[in-house]
Design a protein around this ligand. Structure first.
Ligand code: GLU
Length: 376
């Protein structure tokens, strides 16, 4: 990709999600590093001044809390980590609020968990609130609600959280700022030959292995979670840049300057609903399809008709996301079922015209409409 194309792609980005890692905001031994936070805020304000809508996803609450409680290392006990987050978050937001206010910018706080994204109603409420705030010129600042998060409901990490935020906002660009320059061909700390990869066209298993394998970059700061975030947002049609927050310049990155690693978006930009179905929702049941239906879905992107359903697994109401698999159990699609599991089982294998007679009602011609269906 030429420098011009990079510029063209990134300078078109209107909505940008910026994720800032703990290391950018805190001292190594814990505690808020005010100069570093000022630098981040300067960059966000400048990016906003360049005409973009910016949402900030920030870590740092636990790290700041560690400083307050005098922990030299991250506590092992979940409750102790949560206590650090509870005291650290308020100090973090206080610092952001003051720093942005000095530059004339109002901020808002979101504390979210994975549950908030999985529930379609909450998901669309967050979206509507964000649109309203951005309309007021506010910079929303998002962190995980660590106090209530348990292992089951945890988004997991703020790289993943930033990808989810990028999905619900249909943002054009996700910039992940950490303390490393981007993705390298090998671990730059141990291999003098390692070089920065400027552009990744597609996140393949080989690319993932650069981040996660033995002797990899994982030790330099959780590269694998960043690559997974880059994969999900680029698959839905947003661009992603992983760059060094200490040395890079956000406005330059968003104008296409060759800083960090750029992950190119796939050609088709998915709307927020399909992104939700694909990356955020949790399937509540499973439909096994016959070969004809699999072919129609994969090759012609059709709706799913009851005729192609061989069997139904699980118990689910109408209107929830289910997974579709081949007869061999290979997952091929996800979508919102128009019928409950019980009704689906009754109409499986039957023509659409028979549905009203079988069920005494019809919730539509299709078992799953193509607008609510994502082929994996
Ligand atoms: N929510 C955590 C915090 O604010 C950060 C999680 C992460 O860094 O991925 O400290």
């Amino acid at each position: 990709m030429s420098a011009n194309l990079r510029q063209e792609l990134l300078s078109k980005a209107r909505r940008v999600v910026v994720k800032v890692g703990t290391r950018l905001l805190t001292y190594e031994q814990g505690g808020l590093a005010p100069d570093q936070l000022e630098r981040v805020v300067d960059q966000i304000v400048a990016l906003r001044g360049s005409g973009r809508e910016v949402v900030l996803v920030t870590s740092g609450a636990v790290g700041i809390g560690m400083g307050i409680f005098g922990h030299a290392t991250k506590p092992k006990k979940l409750a102790e980590k949560q206590a650090c987050a509870a005291v650290g978050q308020i100090r973090l937001m206080h610092a952001y609020d003051e720093s942005f206010a000095r530059r004339g910018v109002t901020v808002a706080q979101y504390l979210l968990t994975a549950e908030d994204f999985r529930d379609p109603e909450r998901f669309s409420n967050i979206r509507a609130t964000t649109d309203a705030l951005l309309g007021h010129g506010v910079v929303p600042i998002v962190n995980e609600n660590d106090v209530v998060a348990t292992s089951e409901i945890k988004v997991g990490d703020n790289d993943r959280l930033s990808a989810d935020v990028c999905h619900f906002l249909e943002a054009d660009l996700l910039v992940i700022l950490s303390d490393i320059d981007g993705l390298f061909t090998a671990n730059p700390k141990s291999d003098p030959e390692a070089s920065l990869i400027p552009i990744v066209h597609r996140v393949t298993p080989e690319i993932e292995s650069l981040a996660g394998g033995a002797g990899s970059l994982a030790s330099t700061g959780g590269m694998i979670t960043k690559i997974v975030a880059a994969r999900t947002v680029t698959e839905s049609g947003s661009a992603c840049v992983i760059a060094n927050g200490f040395t890079s310049d956000l406005v330059a990155i968003a104008s296409g300057a060759p800083q960090g690693t750029l992950f190119l978006p796939s050609e088709h930009k998915l709307g927020s609903r399909k992104r939700w179905i694909r990356f955020v929702s949790t399937p509540k049941g499973r439909l096994v399809l016959d070969a004809g239906a699999v072919q129609a879905l994969v090759e012609r992107r059709t709706s799913l008709l009851a005729k192609g359903v061989v069997s139904v697994e699980g118990s689910f109401p109408a209107g929830v996301v289910v997974e579709m698999t081949t007869a061999q159990g290979h997952p091929i699609a996800r979508g919102v079922a128009n019928f409950s599991a019980a009704d689906m089982a009754r109409i499986a294998g039957r023509n659409s015209s028979e549905i009203p007679a079988i069920l005494g009602h019809s919730a539509g011609q299709e078992a799953i409409h193509r607008d609510n269906l994502f082929v994996l």
